[in-house]
Write a protein that binds this ligand. Structure first.
Ligand SMILES: *Cc1c(COP(=O)(O)O)cnc(C)c1O
Length: 966
């Protein structure tokens, strides 16, 4: 029997030891190897004293997983899940459980990264391609994006695209129909102000009376009305205006497509295709345009190319053009998008197929017809005389109805206004039943109305329905591709999902050491709450007293992030890091304006910055001045001082990443902040590297004014194969009045009436429980120790590899921060082996490549994170050393530079089955089982190296034609 105290025995349950990879004995061994006595000693060696945090975080003690679950359960219970008929872009949906369990709740899908290494990402690439195909079929246009952040930001992107491609070069006005959702208009206005566009809001029919470069309409409009825009669009095209339509995805199954009416861009939310409302997100927006505008498309696009065997293979098309190359000339600042949710929506369409979707859409429409005919029979007046799923009622006593509806656990849209009349909106959804419609009659008319759903239904069947004008009923076939027509049984669906999953390397196979991306553990306990109905099924615009759980979650999480960042206030609205940058720059811009300094519009950005920095600055309407880095990768202080002084009168801000993108804590960061402040500028500190700061230092204490946090990097939200994410920003007090507001939901804050950057007040609120759990479980001890372990793991890998590869930059005491860059240029020079060869060869060893050629071309940036065990780190190190040995054989001339295991990587089963393999100068064993460890856990890439140039020259972004597919 043990004599340990109970406290000691309880330690076993603490999450900390699950989140951190190496156990204490291994930590000691690693510390000995790198030459530090303890984690504290290592921290002191690495983090400059001037910035060190000398206090405990105030987030509370760490707790066990069971305790954490009990806490979050109590919060969830404070949310009241009413039946929602609010609509406005968010609808009830039935998430097929086969998709919930096998995609949303499956680490094989949610822990993957953006498919930068397409050879080991063919599964999710196919699912996204399905999303693009579905988007094109439903909208009637031919080039689809792989997802944008939400409907409102997609509408703002459509405006920006319109300006880029419109031939009405002199026009500066964008027209927005006055019947679009208010949150959409709000986000457009914010963006237009940055670009200096004028916005005219008016009745749709007036659009052609103005000299405009583009216009946005909504189909069906916010009152539910369906309009034929064909003539209007023709008139607008004559004036060279670009026409965008925000459309409802479910209605498009039944209705004539906006593309066939002449729209140039069609966008919208795909949420109601099997993605929970989640109090506002995350959901994928679709965005489809004409092929002719492909160079202007915002965000990412998946295209079909071929591999070295000539087989079809998928990849991100034109991927490098968007940010890392184009930077301030990029079309948009989209980096993290909404891939997991796009995949869910595409699987929903695959599972239901065209016929199933049609049935769902027609059922929603029939129930709406029944509701509308019943109400009108009772003398109720509707605002709209056509509808798909939404009716708007005027002239009723909305107060009495509201009392009745809330008493019955039902939310209607009460506050929408059509002119002077108060209007009551009701939007039905896939979740609506005939009993629900009967209940709606009771609520709207009061009991004793005598209406009967079945009788009304028979009348509609007998007499036909005219609620959709005949000319607006869809006649063309959708989703004819076999993928949408063969996986309708659950067994088939489950296997299709699994087949795709098997093609992808995610964190459930091996470490993904992508520098700057922080691919840490996304723990099961953290993920668990997000599918609970109390979080998942909440409408973002429900009455606030029903969302008390979310209110507590938001308030506690904000307090913790304030403490961790050293700022005064946090805004949880931005949906990604890049959106956070945009929101933060807007705050800076408005701060200057409030002080009469509207001319301050120059943003200094060091050469080494992430591509989203210049793209966001451009979006915020700023002018970019690039500052140099010295040979050690640090910001060149002389150049910075000179440039800051030169532009002082017009200096708005600097955007700087800390620790630097080169993976070191620059000693000069305090001085940088001072220089900028002296010249009247603000400091935007890109918080993507927050994993090297939490508990050790903070952007606020360093002297910065505003930062975004990537909750999907530092704070355990999974990357989902390219999204979702959350990019909240922290600000100092003086910037707080300039944070994003929201037109629909007010919180009694000074910033309430400011413009919005996202459709929903708290962005992708539905995934905030993950970060809440992460912080709650780790507590102040665990957060700090996680950061220290991220440093130890990085320095361990760096020191082990430094005997084989030159390490590009180190900081104090020859240490790196939480990531390290190895320089492959000398090796390339000597041997002809490229960074690409090494990246692809790592696939053969079962690893995802580290970040390639960012921030320096010809390098790999390795970020192991605290979650990787010593065993896994050693396996990775062994692979890297073995690869160096292979490169040596190329260098020595033993293997030809164009025919060796590196240049031919990755290897597939097709390679080793190929009789011609015998002519290669290396064995099959060397190709696919280069170390003993690989044999135990082999990952098989399903395609050979993909030809990027071919893919971009022959841009093809739809599902592969049927004949080729079979
Ligand atoms: C990831 C990253 C960003 C962009 O964040 P997203 O969430 O992908 O938009 C910005 N800066 C740096 C340094 C990053 O690593």
């Amino acid at each position: 029997m043990t004599t340990e105290t109970l406290t000691k025995l309880e330690q076993h349950d603490l999450f900390l030891s699950r989140h951190i990879g190496p156990d204490s004995a291994q930590q000691q061994e690693m510390l000995n190897f790198v030459g530090a006595e303890s984690l504290e000693d290592l921290t002191e060696q690495i983090v400059p004293e001037s910035i060190r945090m000398n206090r405990d975080l105030a987030v509370g003690d760490h707790v066990s997983e069971a305790e954490g679950m009990a806490y979050i359960r109590a919060i969830a219970d404070k949310n009241k899940v009413n039946k929602s008929y609010i609509g406005m872009g968010y609808y009830g949906t039935l998430v097929p459980t086969v998709i919930q369990r096998n995609v949303l709740e499956n680490p094989g899908w949610y822990t993957a990264y953006t498919p930068y290494q397409p050879e080991i990402a063919q599964g999710r690439l196919e699912a996204i391609l399905n999303f693009q195909q579905l988007s094109m079929d439903l909208t009637g246009l031919d080039l689809a994006s792989s997802s944008l952040l939400d409907e409102a930001t997609a509408a703002a992107e459509a405006m920006a695209l319109a300006k880029r491609v419109s031939k009405a070069k002199k026009a500066n006005i964008f027209f927005v129909a006055d019947d679009v959702f208010p949150q959409t208009l709000d986000v457009i206005k914010t963006r237009a102000e940055c670009f200096g566009f004028d916005i005219i809001v008016g009745p749709a029919a007036d659009a052609a009376n103005h000299d405009i470069f583009g216009a946005l309409f909504q189909y069906t409009n916010r009152f539910g009305q369906i309009t034929d825009f064909t003539e209007l669009f023709t008139a607008l095209h004559e004036k060279k205006a670009v026409v965008a339509v925000a459309a409802d995805i479910m209605s498009l199954v039944m209705l004539k497509s906006p593309g066939s009416m002449g729209a140039d861009v069609v966008l919208g939310n795909s949420q109601r295709f099997g993605v929970p409302m989640g109090f506002g997100g995350p959901h994928a927006a679709f965005f489809v345009t004409r092929d002719a505008y492909k160079r202007s498309l915002p965000g990412r696009i998946i295209g079909v190319s071929q591999d070295t065997r000539g087989n079809r293979a998928l990849r991100m098309a034109m991927q490098t053009r968007e940010q890392h190359i184009r930077r301030e000339k990029a079309n948009s600042n989209i980096c993290t998008a909404q891939v997991l949710l796009a995949n869910m929506a595409s699987f929903y369409a695959v599972f239901h197929g065209p016929q199933g979707l049609k049935t769902i859409a027609e059922r929603i429409h029939r129930l709406t017809d029944i509701l509308a005919t019943g109400l009108t029979a009772k003398g109720v007046t509707l605002v709209n005389n056509t509808w798909f799923d939404t009716i708007s009622i005027k002239g009723l006593d909305t107060a009495a109805i509201k009392t009745r509806s809330e008493a019955q656990g039902v939310n209607l849209r009460i506050d929408a206004d059509a002119g002077s009349d108060k209007v009551l909106g009701v939007s039905l959804a896939e979740t609506t039943t005939r009993e629900d419609v009967a209940q709606l009659f009771d609520i709207i008319l009061g009991e004793g109305h005598g209406l009967d759903v079945a009788t009304l239904d028979s009348n509609i069947v007998a007499n036909g329905s005219t609620s959709v004008p005949a000319a607006l009923i869809r006649t063309d076939a959708i989703l004819t591709h076999p993928t949408f027509n063969r996986y309708h049984s659950e067994t088939e669906m489950m296997r299709y999902i699994k087949r795709l999953e098997n093609k992808d390397l995610a964190l459930n196979h091996s470490m993904i050491s992508l520098g700057s991306c922080t691919m840490k553990l996304n723990a099961a306990t953290e993920m668990m709450p997000i599918t609970w109905p109390e979080f998942a099924n909440m409408h973002p615009f429900c009455p606030q007293d029903q969302a008390q759980g979310y209110a507590q979650l938001v308030s506690e999480l904000s307090d913790w992030l304030v403490d961790i960042t050293g700022y005064d206030t946090v805004s949880l609205q931005p949906n990604s890091g890049a959106q956070g940058e945009y929101a933060g720059l807007l705050a800076i811009k408005q701060y200057h304006e409030s002080r009469g300094d509207a001319h301050r519009n120059i943003c200094l950005i060091p050469q080494s910055a992430h591509g989203t920095n210049p793209a966001s600055a451009q979006l915020a309407g700023m002018k970019i001045v690039v500052t140099a880095c010295d040979k050690d990768g640090n910001i060149d202080m002389e150049d910075l001082k000179t440039k800051a002084a030169e532009v002082a009168d017009n200096l708005s801000c600097i955007m700087v990443t800390y620790p630097s993108t080169h993976g070191v804590y620059e000693e000069t960061i305090g001085e940088i902040c001072e220089v900028i402040h002296q010249h009247g500028g603000q400091v935007y500190l890109d918080g993507a590297n927050m994993n090297a700061q939490v508990g050790l230092t903070s952007p606020g204490s360093i002297g910065a004014d505003v930062s975004h946090l990537n909750l999907h990097k530092t704070f355990a939200i999974p990357h989902g194969g390219g999204g979702p994410g959350m990019g909240p920003i922290g600000v100092k007090k003086h910037l707080a009045p300039f944070l994003s507001g929201h037109t629909v939901v007010k919180h009694g804050l000074e910033s309430d009436n400011n413009g919005a950057v996202s459709a929903a007040p708290y962005g992708s609120a539905g995934i905030l429980p993950i970060t809440w759990m992460y912080i709650k479980l780790l507590g102040k001890q665990g957060l700090r120790q996680s950061t220290q372990m991220a440093l130890l793991n990085a320095n361990y890998v760096m020191k082990k590899l430094s005997e084989h590869y030159p390490v590009l930059y180190t900081g104090r005491n020859d240490r790196v921060a939480h990531e390290c860059i190895i320089d492959l240029r000398p090796l390339k020079e000597a041997s002809g082996v490229t960074e690409m060869d090494i990246a692809k060869r790592l696939n053969d060893y079962g690893f995802h490549a580290p970040t390639m050629s960012f921030p320096v071309a010809g390098t790999l940036m390795i970020e192991p994170t605290e979650s990787e065990s010593k065993v896994e780190l050693d396996r990775f190190i062994e692979a890297m050393i073995s690869i160096r040995g292979e490169a040596a054989r190329v260098e020595s001339g033993e293997w030809p530079v164009d025919n060796n295991p590196l240049s031919n990587a990755p290897h597939t089963l097709a390679d080793i089955m190929d009789p011609e393999f015998d002519s290669r100068p290396y064995s099959r064993e060397t190709a696919v089982f280069p170390t003993a460890a690989v044999k135990l856990n082999k990952f098989w890439p399903t395609v050979n190296r993909i030809d990027d140039v071919f893919g971009d020259r022959n841009l093809f972004c739809a599902c592969i034609p049927i004949a080729d597919y079979e």
